[in-house]
Design a protein around this ligand. Sequence first.
Ligand SMILES: Cc1cc2nc3c(=O)[nH]c(=O)nc-3n(C[C@H](O)[C@H](O)[C@H](O)COP(=O)(O)OP(=O)(O)OC[C@H]3O[C@@H](n4cnc5c(N)ncnc54)[C@H](O)[C@@H]3O)c2cc1C
Length: 565
Amino acid sequence: MENNFDAIILGGGLAGLTLSMQLRRQNPDIRVLVLEKRDGAAPDAAHKVGESTVELATHYLREVLGLKDYLDTHQLPKHGLRFFFPAKGKNEIHHRVELGPKRLLPVPSHQLDRGILENDLIKFSIDLGNEVVMGAKVEDVALGNPSHTVTYSVDGEKVTRTARWVVDATGRGSFMKRKLGFAQTIDHDVSSVWFRVDWKIDIDTWTDDAKWHSHVEPGLRFLSTVHLMDAGYWVWIIPLVGDRTSVGIVADQAIHPFETYNKLEKALDWIATNEPQLSRELKAMEGKGNILDFKVMKHFAHGSGELYSTDRWSVVGEAGLFADPFYSPGSDFISMANTLTADLIQRDLKGEDILFRTKFYCEVTRALYDNWMPIYIGQYPLWGKAQIMVAKIFWDWGAYWSINTLLFTNNGLTDLDLLRKLTAGPTSLLRKYGELSRQMQRLFKDWLPYDNAEIADRYTDPFDLGFLRGFQEDIVEKQFDRDELLEKFDANLAILEKVAAETYRLASNQAYGTPMDLEVDPYTMSLNGDPRSASPNSMVLGRDAYIADEMRHMWIYPYPEEVMA
Ligand SMILES: Cc1cc2nc3c(=O)[nH]c(=O)nc-3n(C[C@H](O)[C@H](O)[C@H](O)COP(=O)(O)OP(=O)(O)OC[C@H]3O[C@@H](n4cnc5c(N)ncnc54)[C@H](O)[C@@H]3O)c2cc1C
């Protein structure tokens, strides 16, 4: 093996292997070494979590890495995220408020068996010309100039290799964080346990209710990532290839202490108490099916003081930042950090001065992450409130598709001129977007005391809202040039502002009976009477007939005008 590489990637999990492929696809001459401490193949089904992909990561895997055919052939297609809120004791799925798509979605996504995927990614990376060493435990990294030196052990022997770049993709091993001490804690005390079963859990078999079955095209519910929701928790059910299923509990420590579900028996008891229908499924299979594994992760959110260093190293995947698995954004953050890292490496190898770009990429990643965290922090108490959650999920998806995903799928994340335009000054698009997002997350929290009626037997599909459908279609149907993209972002933000104002009208009507023709400033609106600070983006919005009409689809209570009539 040669000694001097362009890049050494520490850790051959999802982040490290995909980065190695991306680098080589961009530049067939680049010399990349991946060091993975696991010796031998990963097991099928019971390997790692991170099984459900959403739009941004799907684009990365299918288009950037060229894995479209592989994913269509070897992994399961996914039919969106699907949520069930509590109703009538959670005993019958057809009584629960359901949110999820009824027809095939414009943007494909996947349910990944991580063991099968990682084994295949190793082959793909080697086929592209990378060197991947298994059983290689990284012991030390000495940062230097012009090369860094990496020491690893394999079969009891110490080996040293040098490289211009080092990328930490060791997941929660967090090699560089530990070495240089830049770990950051995040005040979001949520934990998880999960297990895989060797049979197919298909919620379609949980009820014979004909009306409920008629809501969704046959067979599609099974392919969704199912979320069973109530105050302080969600339980996932994810189908895997080979008729196996992943099941996980994710819960807020303040409402469901980790100690109440952190062992398999306790978790099964917890499920019996909180999700009786899933418990019946598990009990019915006792003696017939097997539980394949049981894993725990306490307080999973973590930050990172460093991301991309001007000294030619970076952290990607869970070695960097991790927020929360709700909405499955883990592989999105991998896609973004890998894309920024790959861009810096390729430019540096071509001799470009990347100092400014490196710092700018750190700022952009932090801004995206800081906008993302309020989606979760302090929001778990809302998880059982059907109306707030329908409004929140529709909002979070709309924002994610119309800004974050569009930016990524149109190669905007590495377009410095575009990013400058989007971030320059307090009234720039991404600043406004961040401010509006924070306002909305506050609104959802302030709404909590007022959303108390129990609603049952309701179904809602986000794609019944024309603007949400349009946001998703834009991701696949067109590549925008820079000017078109800027125009598109402006138009999308204008829609989001109107959606924010209309959501406020609905919440305020529910809380205080205020009229639906209220004029609203989405940047300073406040539901709890606590005035928000003045904003340079302040505006007064009257009611928009189109948005109001579309948003009737998301209102699961009797619609306000009918109530007031
Ligand atoms: C409860 C939960 C649910 C989740 N669900 C989803 C989901 O549905 N969808 C999604 O996209 N994401 C999800 N995620 C996030 C997802 O799991 C992670 O984003 C992803 O697995 C991180 O991949 P990675 O490559 O960074 O780390 P890993 O997959 O952990 O890979 C790191 C690799 O580095 C190796 N390594 C460690 N130390 C060393 C060393 N010293 N030397 C050499 N090798 C080393 C390890 O063996 C490992 O193979 C979830 C996360 C949690 C906590």
